[in-house]
Design a protein around this ligand. Structure first.
Ligand SMILES: Cc1cc2nc3c(=O)[nH]c(=O)nc-3n(C[C@H](O)[C@H](O)[C@H](O)COP(=O)(O)OP(=O)(O)OC[C@H]3O[C@@H](n4cnc5c(N)ncnc54)[C@H](O)[C@@H]3O)c2cc1C
Length: 270
C-alpha cells in the first residue's frame, strides 16, 4: 500500500520544527524505518511530516567528562554500533546493538527514533532503562524509566522532540550480560534480557511486557541467580501471538535472566 497524502516540511532548526508540530496531526520523521512502514500500511495518516534530519547538531556521541556519554537523538544506529567510545564505556549497549534489525535499517534508523517509537520488543528502550539514561527533549529531561507508558506510547507531548540521550557512567567493575532470542537474525526479539552487576544488580526484560521492564523482584534476590530467574518469570506480562505463547515468553525471560546474570557476575568478578 502507499501512504495517504501528507505535506512534508524539512526545518533547519528545532524552533522551526516545534512550531510546525503545533499544527494538528503532524508527525516527526527521523530515519523513517518504523514510521514509513506504518504510513504505508495506513496505521498512521498524519497530514504533515516534519523531517528533523536537516537540523544540525543532533548527530553526535560525546564524552560528558564524568565518564558518561551524551548521544544526539539523530545519531544513526550504525554510528552507535561502531563507536569505540561507546564500546569502551557501555559494552552492554554495544553488544545489544548487534541484534537491532539489519545493516540497511541500521544505516538509516536513529537512536532517538527507536526510543520514541517505543516498541516493547526493541533493544534500545530496554537498554536505556538498564543504563539509567536521562532523555533530554525540547521541554525537559525525563528518566528513561518514566518515558514508557505503554506499547508504542511514550510520555512525549505532540510537539516535543527528543534531542539527546544522557548515559551516566557505569561504576568501575560493573559486569554485564545481554541475551536475546529471536526466530531469525535481525528480527525483533521474541524476548531479551539485559543485566548489570556492580554495587547493585539491574535487570531489564524486553519483549515480555507492554513496555521494557525493570525486574525489581529478581534484582532483589541477586546473588541467588536461580531464585532471581524464577522471580523474573512472574514479573512480566507477555502477550500470546503468532511467534510464541505468553508461557513460552515467560520461560524465555527466566532462562535469559539466568544467563545474563551469570555473564554479569563473571564480568564483575574479573
Ligand atoms: C524490517 C525491520 C526490522 C527491524 N528490526 C528491529 C529490531 O530488531 N530491533 C529494533 O530495535 N528495531 C528494529 N527495527 C526498527 C528500527 O530500529 C527503526 O530504525 C527505529 O525503530 C526507528 O528509528 P527511525 O529513526 O527510523 O524513526 P522513525 O521511523 O522516523 O520514527 C519512529 C517514531 O518516533 C518518532 N520520532 C522519531 N524521532 C523523534 C524525536 N527525535 N523526537 C520525538 N519523536 C521522534 C516519529 O514521529 C515516529 O513516531 C526494525 C525495522 C524494520 C523495518
Amino acid at each position: 500500500m502507499k501512504p495517504a497524502a501528507f505535506e512534508y516540511l524539512a526545518p533547519v532548526s528545532l524552533a522551526e520544527a516545534v512550531a510546525a508540530l503545533g499544527r494538528d496531526d503532524a508527525k516527526i520523521l527521523a530515519g523513517g524505518q518504523s514510521l514509513v512502514p506504518m504510513l504505508n500500511f495506513r496505521l498512521r495518516a498524519p497530514s504533515l511530516l516534519v523531517d528533523i534530519g536537516r537540523i544540525p547538531g543532533l548527530d553526535y556521541i560525546e564524552d560528558d567528562r564524568a565518564g558518561g556519554l551524551r548521544i544526539g537523538a539523530m545519531t544513526r544506529h550504525h554510528t552507535v554500533e561502531t563507536s569505540d567510545l561507546l564500546r569502551q564505556r557501555f559494552p552492554v549497549l554495544h553488544a545489544a546493538m548487534q541484534y537491532v534489525a539489519h545493516l540497511a535499517i541500521r544505516n538509516k534508523g536513529t537512536i532517538g527514533g527507536s526510543l520514541c517509537h517505543g516498541d516493547p520488543a526493541a533493544e534500545l528502550p530496554g537498554l536505556m532503562l538498564l543504563l539509567d539514561a536521562r532523555l533530554k527533549t525540547t521541554q525537559r529531561t525525563i528518566a528513561a524509566e518514566d518515558f514508557y507508558e505503554g506499547a508504542l506510547d511514550t510520555a512525549l507531548a505532540e510537539d516535543e522532540i527528543l534531542t539527546e540521550i544522557l548515559l551516566p557512567p557505569l561504576p568501575a567493575g560493573t559486569g554485564w550480560g545481554f541475551e536475546e532470542f529471536a526466530r531469525r537474525s535481525g528480527d525483533f526479539a521474541l524476548t531479551a534480557v539485559g543485566a548489570t552487576v556492580g554495587e547493585e544488580a539491574r535487570i531489564v526484560a524486553i519483549g515480555a511486557h507492554e513496555t521494557p521492564l525493570r525486574l525489581r523482584a529478581a534484582e532483589a534476590l541477586f546473588p541467588d541467580i536461580e531464585a532471581a530467574a524464577e522471580a523474573a518469570r512472574e514479573e512480566v506480562s507477555p502477550n500470546d501471538d503468532l511467534h510464541g505463547s505468553a508461557d513460552y515468553r515467560r520461560h524465555l525471560v527466566s532462562v535469559l535472566t539466568r544467563h545474563a546474570l551469570m555473564s554479569a557476575r563473571e564480568g564483575a568478578a574479573s
